[in-house]
Design a protein around this ligand. Sequence first.
Ligand code: 4AD
Ligand code: MG
Length: 447
Amino acid sequence: MPDSSPISAPITTIDSIGKHEGASVTLRGWLYNLRESGKLLFPIFRDGTGIIQGVAHKAGVSAELFEALKGLTQESSVIVTGKVRADKRAHGGYELDIEALQVVQRISEEDPYPITPKDHGVEFLMERRHLWVRSNRQAAILRIRAEIMRAAAEYFDTNGFIRTDPPILTPAACEGTSTLFPVDYFGEEAFLTQSGQLYIESTALALGKVYSFGPTFRAEKSKTRRHLTEFWMIEPEVAYCDLDGLLELAENFLSHIVQCVLKNRRPELEAIGRDVTKLEAIQAPFPRLSYDKAAEMLNQAHKDGILENPFEYGNDFGSPDETWLSNQFDRPVMVHRYPADVKAFYMQPDPENPRYAMCVDVLAPEGYGEIIGGSQRVDSYELLKSRIEAHNLPMDAFQWYLDLRRYGSVPHSGFGMGIERAVAWICGLDHVRETIPFARTLNRIFP
Ligand code: 4AD
Ligand code: MG
């Protein structure tokens, strides 16, 4: 192994290299790519925090170092020392004049790294997702995802919410019986949770303002660019909160997340080519639109020849409807008061017209569709019981949930935001499969 690192330079990371301008530093990472131009070598290194281009001139470094660099293969692991030089044209604003190199593992030409800089198909990449996450674009998306999750939790943590974790193994459905994943629980049938909502309704009545944040599961049998079978959801639930209060919470929460990403992950947004001016517009308040008004808009769009199919009043919006609707606004639009028939059993009816549910779907702009679903909850014992019956849900499994209406029931509301939908929108991705390290979909549970 060629080791030509006599210089002891401080170890740092690419994201903080600017602090070392003019000085020698050591980076621990991998060779991302190597370009040769005559007597010059331009290796690009990555270290998990970013990428940086190195420069080595044949006349400027030892023959041993030049040869070691020249023979490097893509994704070989290396510890590299060099002097930091500001360069406006460089990715990240800095380049590294290479002084020393230690090769930790050199990948042999016989078994090269399978993902090359050329274009690969998505299926090829998804099969190699465990390696694909190393690409600059995928790593940038994962850093943005982490910031979205951090900012989302921060919003609740700093606004008086207590995090309470609902169970993942559950005895009953929350979001309809058609997407349940059954589990054999010591001979009894149980399910992976579809949402923590029912349980955090309980903790909201104990603690006032709560949230949960964890994986949720839906056996979605359809292949769409918005559906995963395993996804992460963050859900607030608030006692003594009505639908209006929930809409305010949703718009402030989303604005906070987007503004944090702009502040803390701007280089990543730029690296993936996101138009940040679209995100800069995401400031509360957001437009509110009743279901009826949305239906009117969709029908008009159909009459005008913009939408192929007429919208059938009373249905939930289809994907093309949501896409078109959300495209009409420069910030998320909050569609409220859907017909109760197309929504979940636990939603409070509108006191002004019980045919409507006191619910909201927040549709992200630029055609992204639903990222948040929520509602005020039924607080009457009698009504909830009749809803459970009408939806053919097992009454026994819901006795504990009915207790919340037996003992000190109050108006309360909450919503759930799917992290992957939010990441797809904020990153401007056309499919959720790139928003999570290892996507689980109808036909993928590998790697
Ligand atoms: O609208 P949903 O089904 O609402 C609930 O689960 C409520 N119990 C939440 C609550 O009120 N506490 O799901 C909420 C959000 C959706 O808006 C969407 O962002 C995401 O979860 N989601 C999915 N994301 C990826 N793949 C799927 N299959 C998803 N299903 C829902
Ligand atoms: Mg929904």
